[in-house]
Structure formats: C-alpha cells, structure tokens
Design a protein around this ligand. Structure first.
Ligand code: Z5A
Length: 216
C-alpha cells in the first residue's frame, strides 16, 4: 500500500521537564502512525545528525570548565540548523511526519527561563535555526520536578549523575517547568499541555486525540 502523505508534511514536537515520558509517548505515537501507513521519522534534540550527536555529548558531559549560557545557546542552535536542514526539512518536503523529542521550546525553557538569557534573543535564534519551518503541533508533557526526579532515579540506581542538566538543582528544574507552561500560554494555537502524571495509556489517549486532530 502507498504511504499516506501530507502536502507540506507534519512536524510534531514533544517537550516537557525531564522524566515526563516524552520518549515513551513519542515511540507509541510513531508505532500507531506507522500502522496506519504514514511515513514517520523519529528524531531528537540535541542530536539527530552525526554533528548533533557530537554536540549532544559535549553539552551533556563537558566538565573541563563552565559553559557560559550564551555559548550553550549557540551550541544547541548550531546542532539544530544541521538537524533541520539535513533531516527534518527533507522528510517534510516529501510529505512525511517528523516526531522530534525536544526542539525550540526546550531552548526557551532551559536557556531562557532557567539560565536567564533574554527571551527575545532566544526567539530570534530559534527563528534563525528552524529555517522558516516551525512545528505544526507541540505537546508539552507536564510533570512536577519531584515526580520527574523519582522516575529517573531508577535509571541511576544510586550512581552519581553525570548529565549537566539532570544534575542541576530543584530551582533550575522548577524554572524549566514554569517556562514550558508559560510558552503554552503564549502559543495556544500550536502548544498543548498534557498531564503526564498518569498511567502511560491515559497520557497516550490524550496525545492521540491531539494528533488525530492535527492529522485531519
Ligand atoms: N536541552 C536544552 O537545554 N536546550 C535545548 O534546546 C534542548 C535540550 C533541545 C537533553 O536531555 C537535555 O538537553 C535536556 C534539556 C537540554 N535535559 N534535561 N534534563 P535528554 O534528551 O537526555 O533528557 P530528557 O529529554 O529529559 O529525557 P529523559 O530524561 O529520558 O525523559 P523523557 O524522555 O521525558 O522520559 P522517558 O525516557 O520516556 O521516561 C523516563 C522514565 O519514566 C522511564 O523509566 C519510563 O519508563 C518512565 N515513565 C514514562 N512514562 C511514565 C508514566 N506515565 N508513569 C510512570 N513512569 C513513566
């Protein structure tokens, strides 16, 4: 059977605080869409290209000196341009669906709301990096900082956390969560907030409802 396509593709991003279930939910949505014969590409940020994965490693683990917030912003944005031009736009151009685990709203929430960089500068940088193609739909999976930490603690089983973001403090992660909720208030047409503090199947049902409407 021929793949179902869209004239301009469909670009959906998954955002939210750490441990909110983005990866789990995105994979379930991808399986469901593929069952319906859509062309689906799943990807992530930072990452998605060899350059992006190298920048990801640097951003998550570099400890030789502090990375300044401005340098952090530029590194995320450099990886994004490569990702958008080499991976995302070609799929959308041929009518496919791109599902992306984190994208521009993570930059606004982490480098803007949590690191304190000027939100106008971040908006400009995001607009530059997406090369004119913003997401059609963004799902924010909302979860408290405490619940996110609890979910991820099983992953480390008492070992020291090496990730520069996951090891940041409670205040930092509260600012991130508030940032995502504020972004959703500012962009009600594109961004939907889903309560992630429920069983996987219930969260999935809400997500599917949003995606079904984006498809039709
Ligand atoms: N970052 C940035 O600062 N600026 C940017 O522009 C971008 C990113 C793009 C990348 O981290 C870091 O980069 C990120 C922001 C920053 N840092 N943080 N923190 P990452 O990609 O490695 O980490 P993450 O995006 O936060 O993913 P995660 O920690 O793996 O969480 P997740 O994908 O949201 O959740 P999950 O892996 O699907 O689930 C986590 C656990 O919870 C797992 O054991 C699941 O089985 C469990 N889970 C999932 N759903 C449920 C439900 N409903 N109930 C119970 N348990 C569940």
């Amino acid at each position: 059977m021929a793949k179902q396509t869209y004239e301009n593709g469909l670009f959906i991003t998954f955002e939210g605080p750490e441990g909110s279930g983005k990866t789990t939910q995105m994979q379930l949505i991808a399986d469901r869409l593929r069952e319906q014969e859509y062309e689906v590409v799943t990807t992530r940020e930072p990452g998605g290209t060899p350059l992006g994965e190298a920048v990801r490693h640097l951003l998550l683990t570099f400890r030789d000196e502090d990375i300044l917030p401005e340098a952090e912003l530029l590194l995320f944005s450099a990886a994004r341009v490569q990702h958008v031009r080499k991976v995302i736009l070609p799929v959308l151009k041929r009518g496919g669906i791109v599902l992306c685990d984190r994208f521009i709203d993570s930059t606004t929430a982490y480098q803007g709301y949590a690191r304190g960089l000027d939100l106008n500068v971040i908006d400009d940088m995001n607009a530059f990096a997406v090369c004119g193609r913003f997401p059609d739909l963004t799902i924010v999976l909302d979860l408290s900082v405490e619940d996110g930490i609890r979910r991820l603690s099983g992953r480390y089983q008492g070992q020291q956390v090496d990730d520069r973001f996951e090891s940041a403090g409670h205040t930092f992660h509260s600012c991130v969560r508030e940032g995502f909720l504020d972004i959703a208030r500012k962009h009600p047409g594109r961004v939907r907030v889903v309560d992630a503090n429920r069983p996987v199947e219930l969260v999935q049902a809400d997500l599917w409802w949003e995606i079904y409407h984006a498809l039709n």
